[in-house]
Design a binder for this molecule. Structure first.
Ligand code: ZN
Length: 245
């Protein structure tokens, strides 16, 4: 802690650094990428649910098609067996022949019905696959978007974090050059008054509260030390810098 060169200048520098840190912290918190990443992730979860449903529907229809095709094969086989019985000519009983013929007709109708069902299922499958692909594309696009946003967030956030680290280091050395009592007053005012602990007297106004001070207040400040107190906002007020004298 060296002997201070210029308390007023150090105080103003400290205020400037503190404002820069506060700005960087706010900017970090309000990075548009941060909000966009959160929104993208929420959307991803939503679309993922749709995607699972679409996948499920596709496999359900595929299973129904397999079932219909298996059944078609069985019906076809049975019809062929029955047909074969007739062809061998071993069955001479008229009623039995009639019975088998009716059975074959019924099996053919059943097969036609199954084939019709399969066609309808195929149409439903095509539709479901289309929906599934649309949802998958949307998911891919969201994933790409998230990657880009995270990269940008790292870039911008990294710059801000570096600025905060640099300013925090600078702050330490400036604060060390200030009179401890003055530093304590500044810190306490900054905490109470929205991050601003010190202003400057510019003409007859305080730069912190932007108020015009009464002539007698200005006169008393000018007659006093480099650092006084604003009669309006009660913050510290730099009346003059050494090199201005
Ligand atoms: Zn003021």
């Amino acid at each position: 802690m060296g002997e201070p060169v210029n308390q007023a200048a150090a105080l103003l520098e400290l205020q400037e650094i503190d404002l820069e840190i506060a700005r960087a912290e706010r900017a970090l918190d309000e990075l548009p990428e941060k909000k966009a990443i959160l929104e993208t992730r929420a959307k991803q979860r939503e679309v993922q649910t749709l995607s699972s449903k679409a996948d499920l529907l596709v496999s359900k229809i595929e299973a129904e098609i397999r079932k219909a095709q298996d059944e078609t094969a069985v019906v076809q086989g049975t019809a062929e067996d029955e047909q074969a019985k007739l062809m061998t000519g071993q069955i001479n009983d008229h009623k039995q022949v009639q019975h088998i013929s009716r059975e074959i007709d019924s099996l053919r109708r059943r097969k036609d019905k199954l084939e019709m069902d399969t066609l309808k299922l195929m149409e439903r499958l095509e539709k479901a696959e289309g929906q599934r692909d649309t949802v998958r594309n949307a998911l891919e696009q969201l994933a790409e978007r998230e990657t880009v946003l995270v990269e940008r967030f790292r870039e911008h956030g990294g710059e801000l974090q570096q600025a905060i680290a640099d300013n925090t280091a600078r702050r330490k050395s400036v604060a060390a050059s200030l009179d401890p009592d003055l530093l304590k007053r500044y810190e306490s005012l900054r905490g109470m008054k929205a991050g601003i602990g010190v202003g400057r007297l510019e003409g007859d106004s305080c730069t912190a509260c932007r108020m015009q001070l009464p002539a007698e207040s200005v006169a008393s400040l000018v007659a006093g030390p480099d650092v006084g107190v604003c009669s309006h906002c009660h913050r510290l007020i730099v009346v003059r810098l050494e090199d201005e004298q």
